[in-house]
Design a protein around this ligand. Structure first.
Ligand SMILES: Cc1ncc(COP(=O)(O)O)c(C=O)c1O
Length: 361
């Protein structure tokens, strides 16, 4: 007899897992929007140092990290939620806010985890198509907010399309959303955005909207994807209390906590890396346009391109993999015929461009 699982298991879409993590150092890993920069030695040392005391559980209040984030962003520590990656906070938000009869509104294509929230809770997913520039259509999203809406997700800059919407437009959207609806502004890539200004710009919105949550991560700009640490800056304490209520007590391990605290101390280096990534992004986009491809206006550490009519996406993705370059197929992210490519080192980007040019003839 097979095991009998809960009905909802059948509804939950499988996350499009990246492959290639066992292929060795020569492969250009451009499929998961990770940082191409390794953590600073000081950050790696901080994570290593705490390993000697791992017979103890992690500090369940995460005091040091909460304090460091509170100081950086000028918010009370009680309004900072932490997670085993920001995905952990996202899933906890789904559990805390959604249930059958409730609705969650998000743009599509957007981050692949969003559909999971509705499927896992039995809530209705309202997916609003992006506009013709592959940006969030906030006006259309607003028309979908009803009495049943509990959660709105705005991915800014958006994964997978790399585009962003101006904060003024987000501000106008928030002015119209009823105060009992939680709005998560998923800013996993905000540090790479020129349009949004700096990572402090959206904090002004928090002061005006207690229903707003800014979701951030150490996985991208801080280069700590392998340790899993994310955080949320919340407009009120309620969100943090609720997401903590639905999770296990020790969700953030000691190494992740120590590395994240240390990583926050090197903002000059973070900015230098962002500068390098943006420079590479600009030249990558230019080269792709020179190949005659449509490329979205990227505001993140990845680019989103459309393959020419008649070119089979799967052939390009596997052709690139054969040439040692891993990218993400658009069909796995909600848009057949597109590719999402992380900005890598100059060498990796050149390798990708050469392989793509060869495949497109
Ligand atoms: C838009 C967006 N949000 C959240 C995440 C989750 O990041 P993590 O769980 O590593 O913090 C990702 C990861 O790729 C993402 O693209």
């Amino acid at each position: 007899m097979p095991l009998e699982f809960a009905q909802r298991i059948r509804r939950i879409p499988a996350y499009p897992l990246a492959s290639g993590y066992d292929l060795g150092a020569d492969v250009a890993m451009l499929a998961s929007n990770e940082s191409c920069f390794a953590p600073l030695p000081e950050v790696a040392d901080a994570a290593t140092r705490v390993l000697a005391a791992t017979h103890r559980y992690p500090d369940p209040s995460y005091s040091a990290l909460r304090r460091a984030l509170a100081e950086r962003y000028g918010l009370p520590a009680a309004r900072i939620a932490l997670g085993n990656g920001s995905c952990d906070i996202l899933l906890a938000a789904g559990e805390a806010l959604l249930e059958p009869e409730a609705e969650v509104v998000y743009a599509w294509p957007a981050f692949s985890v969003y559909p999971h929230l509705a499927a896992a809770s039995g809530a209705r997913a309202i997916e609003v198509p992006l506009d013709s520039d592959d940006r969030h259509d906030l006006e259309a999203m607003l028309t979908e907010v009803t009495v049943a809406t509990r959660l709105v997700l705005i991915c800014n800059p958006n994964n997978p399309t790399s585009t962003s919407v101006e904060l003024e437009r987000v501000a106008s959207f928030l002015d119209e959303v009823p105060a009992h609806v939680c709005v998560i502004l998923d800013e996993a890539y905000c540090e790479f955005s020129l349009a949004l200004g700096d990572p402090f710009a959206s904090l002004e919105l928090l002061r005006r909207h207690p229903n707003l949550v800014l979701l951030r991560t150490f996985s991208k700009v801080y280069g700590l994807a392998g340790l899993r640490a994310g955080y949320a800056l919340c407009g009120s304490d309620d969100f943090r209390v609720a997401v903590d209520q639905v999770r296990q007590p020790f969700y953030l391990n000691v190494a992740a906590q120590a590395a994240a605290v240390e990583a926050l101390r090197y903002q000059d280096e973070v900015e230098r890396r962002v500068g390098k990534t943006i420079a590479e992004r600009i030249s990558l986009q230019e080269e792709l346009r020179r190949l005659g491809l449509w490329v979205a206006k990227s505001d993140a550490n990845f680019v989103w391109l459309r393959l020419p009519e008649g070119v089979v996406e799967g052939d390009v993705v596997s052709g690139l993999a054969d040439r040692g370059v891993l990218v993400r197929a658009g069909s796995k992210l909600g848009r057949e015929g597109s590719l999402r490519v992380t900005v890598g080192t100059a060498k990796e980007n050149e390798k990708f461009l050469a392989a793509l040019a060869e495949l497109l003839g």
